[in-house]
Write a protein that binds this ligand. Sequence first.
Ligand SMILES: Nc1ncnc2c1ncn2[C@@H]1O[C@H](COP(=O)(O)OP(=O)(O)OP(=O)(O)O)[C@@H](O)[C@H]1O
Ligand SMILES: [Mg+2]
Length: 449
Amino acid sequence: MNRALVIDDEEVIQDVIRRVLERHRISTREVYTLEEARKHLNQEYDLVFLDLRLPDGNGLDILPLIREKLPYSPVIVLTAYGTVESAVKALKQGAFDFLEKPFALKEFEDRVKKALQVRELYRQNIELKKELDEVKGFGNLIGKNRRMIEVYDMISRVAETDVTVLIEGESGTGKEMVAREIHRRSKRKGKFVVFHCGNISPDLVESHLFGHRKGAFTGATEDKKGFIEEAEGGTLLLDDILTLPWETQAKLLRFLETREFIKLGETKPRRSTARLLIASNKPLKKAVEEGKFREDLFYRINVVRIELPPLRSRREDIPLFVFHFLKEFSRKHNKRIKGIKEQAMDLLMNYHWPGNVRELKNAIESAVILSRGEWIDVGNLPDWILRGKPTDVKISLGTKTYKEMMEEFERTLILTALRQAGGVQKKAAELLGMNPSTLSMAIKRLGIK
Ligand SMILES: Nc1ncnc2c1ncn2[C@@H]1O[C@H](COP(=O)(O)OP(=O)(O)OP(=O)(O)O)[C@@H](O)[C@H]1O
Ligand SMILES: [Mg+2]
């Protein structure tokens, strides 16, 4: 049951408000003076009614305190006829709405309904924030989906060992974050170094990885340390391992087996204690089957494998990410964002996120930058999310099952129809040439809101 604090010195008004609110299952606490009101502000109220003319002062005097003590309770200001000016002042100080006395019942009820909706919105956002504070995830990683918990478990089990770990997952799923977390928990004294194998031309990969001596090849004007040497005593993440040339793969295998490598231009092997982590956004096993990756190296690497699920298969974590990034980017861009409106959150929940967490993070940052008010709404979201075309479904054989991909396609198709039909299911069913009850079942089955 909702509770309202009614601050008004007129008996008649108190009576009317109490009776109307009772019908809406809202209980009231009646107070008649500012002094009395102050005593009640340490309790929870869902709504506050505030008369401006009170025996011991102006209602405006207590408004800042109400906002401070009950920041999530909408305040409806009650003013006498002809004092709109002070009502406007009240709105500027954070009152939710105002009503001129005497008011019509219908009008009063409408305001109350609106205020309760806002209160509910606040409540959902508070709960989500609380949830986020309680169980964020693991280290810097966010998410509490079952598969992510398994990932956390793997991280803690392998962190302090020397074992090579293969981290697989679509682009933007957090592979580098996982690698950093493994390093952080490993207590290794050396650095965490990332080598993006794909960013470097194949004939230079080897010298970048193992280093070279001056004059080892044309262009080698001085001695250079390789990434393996950089990561001595620490961790080296080899990102995008599939782009590693075939011969380099063989040399990497030798390093993994002997802990020795040969710098270009040298003959004597050197030793390194760098621990290797390997990342790939395509499944290595499949590349082996297609003859694109060395089988012997694959077996050497694939001792421990961590697979990061795509964001679309851990949708329940989306609100956690949203709130985390809202906080991060409001701070960064100096904005006061209170939360996100339900419809906008629905869109984020139902989008298929081909770019995974990175895409979501970018979407939230741009929404924060574009927002004018305190609430993120549909209009602030990037339009590619609003459109959500069926053609956006990416076919990625080998990573997803037939059933998963069909569901994804179905979801996008239904969402597009719903959007075009302005949310009216019957119309959407017509657009799809589908029985409305079949559509309604599909909506339930896919968990579309
Ligand atoms: N679980 C998570 N919690 C918080 N932030 C995350 C999480 N997963 C990913 N991110 C964020 O998403 C972005 C992408 O993450 P990361 O660079 O680790 O992805 P990746 O899998 O290495 O992507 P790519 O394959 O494109 O290199 C980063 O900004 C990261 O901070
Ligand atoms: Mg990466």
